[in-house]
Write a protein that binds this ligand. Structure first.
Ligand code: LLP
Length: 430
């Protein structure tokens, strides 16, 4: 996270002091670095330049309009999973013709909307879904571009809730059934146009080996489909992991831990390019986490310190409703005080105000001995942070801020209580 570093004892995002943002916007607040996001997109493009490659940002990672605008203005495509995400992309000025639409449960209304908007391709997950799209496209007098998501049955070595490419998962179609399914599309679904093939084996992959295994398995089939049906692209999905542990690379205080070597955009590209280049297909990549994950922190204020029988708790004003990754995936996020500490550390649980034992941000964590009133930054919070937030416990959604050099702007104001209950209606009889 080159965009986050201590300067003069205070944690900055680019050139902006995070303490200033916390003071002006309050906490919890997500703070994104524009530079980080722009540079990451450029890095993907640079690394994949030997291929006819296209980056389709996975909107689910962070779907704030300003972030989508950033992507759209740089000509990125989008990997979407709902009509709502397509709508957001269009609102942000994104091109529907650069959208690929994934997901196992597309509704009829969503399929119609996507066809009306002229998306690049439906990435389909079952024969039943293909038949539904064929029927709807026929009714609309359209030809629907489709790709089938192949499940290569490869273990991505990631958390069980974010692995997607094994036979145990609900995603994709078993690799053995792919040739016959394309034949069925070609011969029995006249309103579909097979345009590509897709796979996505999991998220937060830290090693390239599972990709290589999946690519080696799927490549012969992709070539066969190209010859038989003229498919144009192969989307290899997202999944490139980020460093959560030891995420500051400059200005790090002494208690910073070295992070192990892991896959980078460059090492990922260097490994896959030689396998993909000879195929002569356009390659789509769908990064979500790697595009925005390290580009943001979530600011939270320490409210209380509580010494239990067995543990020391630092109670903060952000809960599992603001960022659910630690509770749901045992996700690890570094937690740094915004004002740098010189003293020693303590072992504590960092917990939120939500009435659930799973409402923790860190457990048995060695951290500086922060005191009530101090602001903390939960690092690498840009992906699946705000986008998975809820108002559980009637806690309004946090604010979001975008930093650009020494300037910053609010890209989502903190939800008001009124906004939180908008849409609710009281009993009719009063
Ligand atoms: N393409 C498809 C078809 C996907 O299902 C996903 C993510 C992506 C691309 C983007 O994957 P990424 O590059 O972000 O790894 N909420 C979880 C992650 C869920 C990922 C779901 N699919 C977490 O916080 O770890």
């Amino acid at each position: 996270m080159h965009s986050f570093a201590y300067k003069d004892g205070s944690l900055h995002c680019e050139n902006v002091d995070l303490a200033d943002i916390a003071r002006r916007v309050g906490t919890p607040a997500f703070v994104y670095s524009r530079k980080d996001i722009t540079e990451t997109l450029a890095a993907f493009r640079r690394a994949l330049a030997p291929l006819d490659a296209h980056v389709a940002y996975a909107v689910k990672a962070c779907s704030n309009r300003a972030i989508l605008q950033l992507m759209a203005r740089q000509g990125a495509g989008f990997d979407i999973v709902s009509g709502g995400e397509l709508w957001r992309v269009i609102q942000a000025g994104g091109d529907p013709a650069l959208c690929t639409y994934a997901g196992v449960g597309k509704t009829e209304a969503e399929i119609r909307y996507a066809l009306e908007q002229g998306i690049h391709c439906f990435n389909c997950e079952s024969e039943e879904e293909l038949r539904a799209i064929d029927r709807i496209a026929g009714q609309m007098g359209r030809k629907a571009p489709v790709a089938v998501r192949v499940n290569p049955n490869v273990d991505a070595h990631t958390h069980k809730y974010i692995t997607t490419g094994t036979s145990e998962n609900k995603f994709g179609v078993d690799i053995a059934r792919i040739p016959q399914l394309y034949r069925a599309i070609y011969t029995t679904m006249p309103n579909l146009q097979p345009r590509g093939i897709q796979m996505h084996i999991g998220s937060q992959l830290t090693e390239v080996q599972p990709y290589l295994m999946a690519i080696e398995k799927v490549a012969p089939i992709a070539m066969e489909l190209k010859e038989l049906y003229g498919i144009e692209f192969w989307s290899i999905g997202g999944g490139v992991g980020i460093v959560y542990d030891g995420c500051l690379e400059s200005g790090a205080p002494e208690w910073w831990r070295e992070h192990p070597e892991q896959m980078t955009i460059e090492s990922f590209a260097a490994a896959i390019v030689p396998l993909l280049q000879p195929l002569g297909l356009r390659i789509i990549v769908e990064p979500g986490r790697r595009m925005v994950g390290n580009a943001a922190v979530m600011l939270t204020t320490c409210l209380y310190e509580k010494r239990g029988e067995a543990k020391l708790f630092k109670i903060v004003d952000a809960g599992m409703n603001d960022i659910i990754r630690p509770a749901l995936y045992e996700g690890y996020h570094e937690i740094w005080p915004v004002k740098e500490h010189r003293g020693g550390t303590v072992t504590a649980d960092i917990v939120g105000p939500v009435c659930e034992s799973a409402d923790f941000q860190a457990q048995d964590r060695q951290i500086p001995d922060v005191k009530p009133g101090e602001v903390l930054a939960e690092m690498s919070a840009g992906a699946y942070g705000f986008s998975m937030a809820s108002t559980y416990n009637s806690r309004p959604l946090a604010a979001e801020v975008l930093v650009d050099g020494d300037r910053w702007q609010i890209i989502r104001h903190r939800q008001s209580l009124q906004e939180m209950v908008q849409g609710e209606r009281g009993l009719e009889e009063g």
